[in-house]
Design a protein around this ligand. Sequence first.
Ligand code: NAD
Ligand code: TYD
Length: 338
Amino acid sequence: MKLLVTGGAGFIGSNFIHHILKTYPQYKIVTLDKLTYAGNLDNLSDIEPANNYQFVKGDICDLKLVEEIVSGGIDAILNFAAETHVDRSLYDPKCFVQTNITGTQVLLEAVLKYKVKRFIQISTDEVYGSIEQGKFFTEESLLLPNSPYSASKAGADLLVRSYFKTFKLPVLITRSSNNYGPYQFPEKLIPLFITNALEDRELPLYGDGLYIRDWIYVEDNCKGIDLVLHKGKEGEIYNLGGGAEKTNLEITNFILNYLGKPESLIKHVKDRPAHDRRYAMDCIKAEKELNFRPKVKLEEGLKKTVEWYLNNKEWWKKVKSGEYLKYYENHYLKREKV
Ligand code: NAD
Ligand code: TYD
């Protein structure tokens, strides 16, 4: 099987490529990645020499390039490429619409033209919006996104659906909860707080810190996507959650305790606008139909993640000294303390 993995130099994409090449050494992978600030070839350096792996630098919005790759014979496309950070989507929504919606449409056109046998859209629980305690979103729930990021992902999901309905394309969608693990760019909560704590910098906790996310270890999400790729039903959506709801404050305290750092590093800052209070999904469909069951417990996954950042200081120090630093200084350090 030959896969086109878009966004393969990012966090989940690179973990997915590692997972596939380990599980199916006979598969071939082409990855197409624009190498934005979030794309990092260091994430793939160990597999670069493999002769069943090829990297192409480019944009998923570039139809000519996408067609060139797909016409070479691709059995399935997995679309991980996206602008992914909610906070950035508040400052610069345009590129979210461009990559997340237009880019997805370009890939769908290539699937249609070259009769690709499977297209997996990697989506998110954020398309459903926020949900009160005790309730859970199913795949049938309304899409009520609240940030430009989640709205662009919801737009892409609807386009994918339309290509299924209109052109009978063999498409599937996964919606996972918040991922964490190795190679996550240190702008997202867990890697930002681990690396800031290691540098004795403040941890900017938004609002009261009692916002709830369901956390899935990235390896479990990759296994779920693998199941959807091989066993999922065309036209279907699969929720892939970790079954581990925690407040941001609980996550923060775990990191600080594990690293033996003081709680005084926590800085309560002004809240993110339209901040979703809670994400939670019902994942019974993936469990029943695909036998999807996340294996890594939150505490174990968090320990593994903290250890990874402890053992890979060079990786994140390099990332944090690049374009990221300018962004961090312009936006994060200017947040008002509350
Ligand atoms: P990431 O930001 O770490 O990586 C995104 C990758 O896409 C980068 O390598 C970047 O260079 C590439 N990219 C961006 N624009 C591109 C373009 N126009 N053309 C080609 N490549 C481009 O993201 P991630 O956290 O790995 O997320 C991967 C996917 O999973 C995204 O679609 C995201 O919406 C979805 N998702 C993420 C999470 C999470 O917790 N991280 C949860 C649910 C769903
Ligand atoms: P994030 O990792 O940005 O993922 P998402 O917004 O897609 O869920 O944020 C996770 C939670 O952590 C979210 O409730 C916002 C909060 N958060 C902070 O409190 N401080 C921060 O510096 C960041 C990045 C996030």
